[in-house]
Structure formats: structure tokens, C-alpha cells
Design a protein around this ligand. Structure first.
Ligand code: IPM
Ligand code: MG
Length: 356
């Protein structure tokens, strides 16, 4: 049956990088991949066109699609909007409305780009870790939240870090299943020494671990995990953690590879329906210049085919094509070594399509 992919370019460099990923999809389509592409609006551009960062039409399209490919949202021109209308709410709304609780963020160092990392080559060479971030709960969504004025006139801001056992269990299960298919090592990151909710997190992980005797479970406090990630990142294989810890640690992990422009992500629901996006943002500083790196978005297409469509062959084909263009020495400015010539967004996309 024809699978429907909703394409949401979003803001900033989003439209440019998504255009290259679409070229890749169209090439696979020409080779027989049975897909149908549809475009939609999200983020600041949706607010401009429809008055809301997640218009009801987009949500409907997203529910009807088999998978979603998203570029990026956000930009300085939207920062003064009231919170519910900001572009980020489009993204958070999609995650929450579609129940995309399991966020997979791989950090892989491409050997061709070893020199791009700020860490010494021996610390990062061969790096291949996966952060499994809980995406629809925790402090991002906890109630109550807000800013209130106290009796003495002073303002007080508050958010709530809350997790139910069932929420911890389902993200834990996601992570154990993945760890089982990789090296069999899972590190659960919490702050159980201070926060009750993450003590519960740890207890649930330990309980779940009994069902996965083949997976070696360890625990680490988040502050130590941040330190270990830059000290000796290769000690990790799969990390599972709460929404905000995962947000922070995945940026750190991305930079180990030297190139946030290379990293894709998947956000999955319980049926492996998913939304796929590069982990970098909308990069307003370079938007419209045709210099953004489309590879993270192209690699997100590979994840989409692998996780939502179970099409490992097409996914491998894309991964290999990306490896090939790197081997050929093609570099967008973000991954070019000092003094190395660079190519633009469309040239990079065309090169991937050619090497497919
Ligand atoms: C991410 C981003 C988002 C988040 C923002 C844009 C809402 O930083 O996907 O990591 O905080 O989750
Ligand atoms: Mg983030």
C-alpha cells in the first residue's frame, strides 16, 4: 500500500534542507518506492499563513500520514509572540498530540569528519551512541506551570517535573528493546539523589531490567553523565533519560561528532509511527543563503524508512550514499576543515542523489 509522508519544511533553513531530502525521496520513488508526498505548514511560517504554529489542518494531515519529515522551526522574528503562538509550540504540539514519546538521537562520528570534533581524535573516533529521550512528559509538559505574582508583589515562575510509572515504563521498554539490538548496554540517566520523581524513574528501570536479563543496565546522575560524555564518550552505547535531561545531553553528544549538521532524529509513538527531523535548529543566521548542510535531513529520511516503513534496504542505500559523498570530499561550510573548499546545500543534495 502506498505510504503517505507529510513534509513540513518549517522555518529558517528548513525549506532549503527539506528540498534536498525530498529530492532523495523522489529518486527512491522513481526506483519503485511506493510513497506519496504531501506538504504542510508548521512553526513560524504556519503562524504567518494561518495564525497558529500548528494549524488544525496540519494536525489532521499529520494524523493521516504514515510518517512525517520536518525541517526546523523558529526564528528571532517570532520571539516576541505570546508563548502559545511561538513556533516551538508547533513542534511540541505535534510531539504531544501524536504521542511521539520515544525520541532517538544517534551521535555517530563519521570517520571522514574526525577532524571536525573539538575533542581529540582518540576520544571520539568510532563514536556511535544513541540517546533515547522521553519526549512527551516531564517538565516540558507538567502542570501546574506559569508565572504568578505573590502577595508582596514579587513574581514567581514555576514548572512541574512529573512522571507516571507508565510513562517511565514505556520509554524504558523502548530503550531496552533498542539496547538489545545494539551492544546490550543501557545507561539510565537520572538525578535520583535529589529528585523523587527520578528516584521513581530509577526504580522502574531496575524493575524493567529484570525482564531484559540480556541487557546490562547501569545508572548515572545527569551531572556526571554530562561530564562523562565529554571525558570518555565511548563508554556509552544507549542512554535513556527524561525529556529535559535528554534535550541537554543530546546537544552535548551532537557536538562530540563535530557537526550538529550531520545528525538525524526519530520521534516514535507506540506503533513506530514517527516524525523525523535533523536535530539542529532553523539556523536563521544562514537561512536563504543556500549553504546549510542538508545531510542531517537526508539521514532523517533514512531513519524514517528504517523505523516507520521497515525498509532497511532503502535506508542503507541512503546511508551509503552519504558516506560516499563524504568520501568524495564534498563538504558544506559547517563540516569543511579550515581552508577546505565547500559546496552549497543543493550541490550536496544533488551529489547524494547522484551517488544513490
Ligand atoms: C530539541 C529542541 C526543542 C526541544 C525546542 C525547539 C522546543 O531543542 O528538539 O531538542 O527543546 O525539545
Ligand atoms: Mg534541544
Amino acid at each position: 500500500m502506498t505510504k503517505k509522508i507529510l513534509v513540513l519544511p518549517g522555518d529558517g533553513i528548513g525549506p532549503e534542507i527539506v528540498a534536498e531530502a525530498v529530492k532523495v525521496l523522489q529518486r527512491l520513488q522513481a526506483d519503485g518506492l511506493d510513497i506519496e508526498l504531501e506538504q504542510g505548514l508548521v512553526g513560524g511560517s504556519a503562524w504567518e499563513a494561518k495564525g497558529h504554529p500548528l494549524p488544525p489542518e496540519t494536525l489532521e494531515q499529520a494524523r493521516a500520514a504514515d510518517a512525517i519529515l520536518l525541517g526546523a522551526v523558529g526564528g528571532p522574528q517570532y520571539e516576541s509572540l505570546e508563548r502559545p503562538l511561538r513556533p516551538e509550540q508547533g513542534l511540541l504540539g505535534l510531539r504531544s498530540e501524536l504521542g511521539l514519546f520515544s525520541n532517538l538521537r544517534p551521535a555517530i562520528l563519521y570517520p571522514q569528519l574526525a577532524a571536525a570534533s573539538t575533542l581529540r581524535p582518540e576520544v571520539v573516533s568510532g563514536l556511535d551512541i544513541l540517546i533515547v529521550r522521553e519526549l512527551t512528559g516531564g517538565i516540558y509538559f507538567g502542570q501546574p506551570r506559569g508565572v504568578r505574582t505573590l502577595d508582596n508583589g514579587e513574581k514567581e515562575g514555576f514548572n512541574t517535573l512529573v512522571y507516571r510509572e507508565s510513562e517511565i515504563e514505556r520509554i524504558g521498554r523502548s530503550a531496552f528493546e533498542i539496547a538489545r539490538k545494539r551492544s546490550g548496554r543501557l545507561c539510565s540517566v537520572d538525578k535520583a539523589n535529589v529528585l523523587e520523581v527520578t528516584e521513581l524513574w530509577r526504580q522502574v528501570m531496575i524493575r524493567l531490567g529484570e525482564e531484559y536479563p540480556d541487557v546490562e543496565l547501569s545508572h548515572m546522575y545527569v551531572d556526571n553523565a554530562a561530564m562523562q560524555l565529554v571525558r570518555e564518550p565511548k563508554q556509552f552505547d544507549v542512554i535513556v533519560t527524561a525529556n529535559m535531561f535528554g534535550d541537554i545531553l543530546s546537544d552535548a553528544a551532537a557536538m562530540l561528532t563535530g557537526s550538529i549538521g550531520m545528525l538525524p532524529s526519530a520521534s516514535l509513538d507506540a506503533q513506530a509511527k514517527g516524525m523525523y527531523e535533523p536535530i539542529h535548529g532553523s539556523a536563521p543566521d544562514i537561512a536563504g543563503q543556500g549553504v546549510a548542510n542538508p545531510l542531517a535531513t537526508i539521514l532523517s529520511v533514512a531513519m524514517l524508512l528504517r523505523y516507520s516503513f521497515g525498509d532497511a534496504a532503502s535506508a542503507d542505500r541512503i546511508d551509503k550514499a552519504v558516506g560516499a559523498v563524504l568520501d568524495q570530499g564534498l563538504r558544506t561550510p559547517d563540516i569543511a576543515a579550515e581552508g577546505q573548499a565547500s559546496v552549497g546545500t543543493a550541490d550536496m543534495g544533488d551529489a547524494v542523489v547522484a551517488s544513490l
